[in-house]
Design a protein around this ligand. Structure first.
Ligand SMILES: [Zn+2]
Length: 278
């Protein structure tokens, strides 16, 4: 029973805690950061205590690499993309272009934000996998061979800038409320940690429609024919509509994660140079 509650408890618990902090007068950024950092602390403990695969317990030799990616991507590169795109949206007069959404029920705004941002990211993620240029940008993320939440941020800065830029563009243009953007930020961030984490959890109830760990591990398969599925970041809605959904009920969990015939060294410098080397 506890295994079934992990996914909804983390997602809804994080959203509600972040909204409560924000309602107490704490800033948007600090409310989001405090909740995400808290989730990371709890997951560090849970992953070691209840691992999905013992072989995936994080190694000390990749700890520095994962901290570098986490800090630089989540703080520096994503903030850079947010600032540039938000300024561009405002100067082009696109901000709140669909502003009637602002007046809708909070949960409806959140659902619209999740689906709309996921549609753009779904499209970009498919492009990452199907074009040479996209793959150069995205390959670093698929260098993950041991799925644990610290590896979630293992992405090239270009990958982070493109995805964050698209998400900010959608959310700014939609004109959803600040509370809905905070809830979306927490849902998306905590979901990102959960879908990569090495925690024994039962997500069968959600696997059909949301991007859970079981669904996302299929995407990280070393075999490209299997991995070219389940592109959604938070939902499986667009994968279902466009025919790229592969259910964990049909496809057993891949034994190996990573990229076939390509070994990428666990070094931040190697990761930064990768788009210019493959
Ligand atoms: Zn991918």
């Amino acid at each position: 029973m506890a295994k079934k509650l992990i996914f909804p408890a983390f997602i809804f618990g994080s959203v509600l805690l972040g909204l409560w902090l924000f309602s107490m007068g704490i800033s948007f950024s600090f409310s989001a950061l405090a909740v995400i950092a808290g989730v990371m602390v709890v997951l560090t403990f849970l992953e070691r205590k209840f691992p999905h695969r013992v072989a995936w317990i994080p190694e000390k030799r990749t700890a520095v690499l994962d901290v570098q990616h986490t800090l630089l991507n989540s703080i520096f590169f994503s903030s850079f993309a947010k600032g540039v795109v938000a300024a561009a949206v405002t100067s082009l007069g696109l901000k709140n272009a669909f502003s009637p959404i602002h007046g809708l029920n909070f949960w409806i705004q959140l659902a619209i934000a999740l689906l709309a941002a996921d549609l753009f990211v779904y499209g970009l993620h498919r492009w990452f996998h199907r074009s040479d240029l996209g793959w150069k940008i995205h390959a670093v993320h698929h260098s993950i061979q041991k799925m644990h939440f610290w590896a979630a941020a293992r992405s090239h800065p270009f990958n982070v800038i493109v995805i964050t830029g698209a998400e900010v563009l959608v959310l700014e243009a939609l004109g959803v409320s600040t509370e809905a953007i905070l809830a979306w930020t927490l849902w998306m961030s905590v979901n990102g940690l959960l879908q990569h984490c090495n925690l024994s959890q039962d997500t069968r109830f959600f696997d059909g429609w949301l991007s859970t760990a079981a669904v996302h591990r299929i995407h990280h398969s070393k075999i490209a024919e299997i991995g070219n599925h389940n592109f959604g970041t938070t939902t499986m809605v667009w994968d279902r509509i466009f025919g790229t959904y592969l259910s964990p009920l049909v496809q057993p969990e891949p034994s190996e994660m990573g990229i076939q015939n390509l070994e990428i060294r666990s070094s931040y410098r190697v990761h930064l140079r990768l788009p210019f080397r493959i």
